[in-house]
Ligand binder design. Structure first.
Ligand SMILES: [Zn+2]
Length: 277
């Protein structure tokens, strides 16, 4: 072969190799890279040979490897962990998220996020088919006096049991549903703080309100009972709580966050649900 032909052949061969490398660099999915043994990349051989178009590819490759939980010295970047979408691995991984991805404790350990925050971030979204009133919610559902419109139609103290909601863990006590859900959340939060909050009274039927006046006297006359038909207990939005000094202090600090306000002087046990939103 003459020298010119040999050089021409060599040039054609190099062009072909460049074309192949370019195709790979442009089209190779990151998932394929992740599937290669970890030792293949970083051995020093690959990096230089991908030039000139390998710069972008190398960057993408490094990002993919950094985000790969299985990569040596890798692990997901903290920034990603902080905003990770549970159940969805990064799209670029091109495969199912590993189990640890949904493990709040593992996430917390890696990202420095508190385990409770990670746990709540990792909680499954509430199913849209079963709406539960949010804590402190319902402001659009009450009138200027705070009475739920849906209960006003029945009359104070005349609300049928089915229109109210039982308070879980409170021995059959009933309230307007948003108040019931909020009270449950409030008591659970108090319990986590080591504070016990008992429920001694909740919805109060009209005849019981009448009886209470007989036994405890009208509030306006120094007693403790509202004029029958005017008590917020008759709307299922007031509770009387069993509070020791520590629980009383807890309520005064945290009650409002759950929509409950201490609104009757001389009755520190009486808390009314006033939705915040
Ligand atoms: Zn009361």
């Amino acid at each position: 072969m003459d020298p010119v032909a040999a050089v021409t052949d060599r040039i054609a061969e190099i062009r072909s190799q460049i074309a192949t490398v370019s195709r790979l660099a442009a089209g190779r999915p990151p998932g394929g890279v992740l599937g290669t043994p970890s030792g293949a990349y970083g051995s020093g051989a690959a990096g230089a040979s991908w030039s000139p178009s390998a710069g972008g590819f190398d960057a993408a490759l490094e990002t993919a490897i950094a985000a790969s939980p299985g990569a040596p010295g890798g692990g997901a970047p903290a920034a990603f962990l902080g905003q990770g979408v549970p159940g969805q691995g990064p799209a670029m991984l091109g495969r199912a998220a590993p189990a640890w991805w949904e493990n709040p404790t593992a996430l917390a350990a890696l990202s420095g996020v508190s385990s409770s925050a990670a746990a709540s971030a990792g909680a499954a979204p509430a199913p849209a088919s079963a709406p539960v009133p949010a804590v402190g919610s319902g402001r659009a559902l009450v009138d200027a006096k705070g009475v739920p419109a849906e209960l006003r139609v029945h009359g104070n103290g005349k609300v049928p049991a089915a229109a109210l909601s039982t308070v879980a863990g409170a021995d059959g006590h009933r309230l307007w549903a948003p108040a019931a859900r909020s009270l449950e959340a409030l008591r659970a939060a108090a319990a986590r703080d080591g504070v016990s909050i008992g429920v001694t009274d909740s919805y109060r039927p009209y005849d019981v309100q009448v009886d209470l006046v007989r036994r405890k006297g009208l509030y306006s006359q120094g007693g403790l009972a509202a004029v029958p038909g005017t008590s917020n207990h008759g709307w299922g939005i007031a509770v009387d709580l069993d509070l020791d000094a520590r629980a009383q202090a807890w309520m005064r600090t945290h009650g409002e966050r759950y929509g409950f306000v201490e609104d009757v002087p001389r009755e520190p046990w009486h808390w009314t649900y006033r939705p915040t939103h």
